[in-house]
Design a protein around this ligand. Sequence first.
Ligand code: ATP
Ligand code: FE2
Length: 327
Amino acid sequence: MICLGIEGTAHTIGVGIVDGDCSVMANLTKMIDGSKGGIHPREAANHHAEHIVPLMNEAMAEAGLSYGDLTLVAFSQGPGLGPCLRTAATAARALSLSLGVDLVGVNHCVAHLEIGRKVTGCSDPVLLYASGGNTQVIAYSGGRYRVFGETLDIGIGNMIDKFGRTTGMPFPAGPRLETYARDGKELLDLPYSVKGMDVAFSGILTAATQLSRSGSSLEDLCYSIQETCFAMLVEVTERAMAHVEKDEVLLGGGVVQNKRLQEMVRIMADERGATMFVPPGPLCVDNGAMIAWTGVVMHEAGIRTPVEESGVRQRFRTDEVDLPWMM
Ligand code: ATP
Ligand code: FE2
């Protein structure tokens, strides 16, 4: 089994190639420049259309394969931005039809979970998925991956990137925020927004932007944003772990590369007698290998996506996915 997976839900187009044991033979990504503002879906889709074929050729070369060696094609069917999803889906359909191999449409959030389970060796975790556009706490329960908590407004990474834009940081702002935060000394008052199992970030963004305008230091602001937002994430993750009685916590999404977030989750896990698992960075962010691997898992469980059913699903919910491989 050799599967090529295409990721294209938002600002990243990715091509990954994995074999039946999840050995990653290539995993290349290209991201649009997000420094000028939010993502424009049409512009992002044009970017993906421009780069998808060169990226596939590059990935094949890196894997030392020719197209005839592929036995499966997988793609991110949703959730995401319509034009971006359609670009990735079109490439995937064309490739599978021309090679005469099966096609599998993959849920992006489930892919973060499946690649994490495979490469870290955890079996039944609560996933804290914190990326640019998404912030969710997901776990397997009652035959489905269910969302136990999520953001009520923007993803945590979006909040960080927007704050970075107003304070002159390069895009994406996450790594710079982490560096500044190390020199922060004072914990500033930001709204701690946990509502039941859900979180919200736009109030924190407004408050932090106002504090920045009135002269608070960038170091203190970055430190306070991290401490406040990460405490919120840890709180809802811990509550989900207690509720579903699981003793593994898996991290996914670009924001979890933050060492302070990892430290806070590790402390929470240790105190509960649980274990934290973190996939390597390139498999945490949006990437093609996670789509390819989830395609392999689904295919082995008998799932195929005929071209007639391969339309994209912008609002594809995590708990809509059938999981025959978990039975
Ligand atoms: P999705 O489509 O799943 O929402 P995405 O493409 O928006 O994902 P990812 O590629 O998973 O996001 O992650 C990018 C985000 O991670 C950006 O918002 C970036 O600022 C943030 N990020 C990266 N490194 C760090 C870090 N060290 N600390 C905090 N945030 C970080
Ligand atoms: Fe993602």
